[in-house]
Design a binder for this molecule. Structure first.
Ligand code: SF4
Ligand code: SF4
Length: 67
């Protein structure tokens, strides 16, 4: 099953990946990252298709997509 991993040491919580994902897979987490942001995380992992749109739009190169 495709999945993403967010590098919480890079994510600045800009939410671009949340807007880009066609399947509403990503939201901001409740916890704080080492940078002091609420990092992006998968909330509907079963809906991820591995399309990589989230990774393409992330300005901080924080998302890896695994297929
Ligand atoms: S790979 Fe595609 S479907 Fe999966 S979280 Fe990223 S944008 Fe959404
Ligand atoms: S686009 Fe990148 S920096 Fe912005 S919220 Fe998503 S993972 Fe974090």
């Amino acid at each position: 099953m495709p999945r993403i991993e967010v590098d919480e040491k890079r994510c600045k919580a800009c939410e671009l990946c949340i807007v880009a994902c066609p399947y509403e897979v990503i939201e901001l987490a409740n916890h704080f990252s080492p940078l002091g942001f609420h990092p992006a995380c998968m909330v509907k992992p079963e809906a991820c298709t591995g399309c990589m749109l989230c990774a393409f739009v992330c300005p901080d190169v924080a998302i890896e997509v695994y297929k």
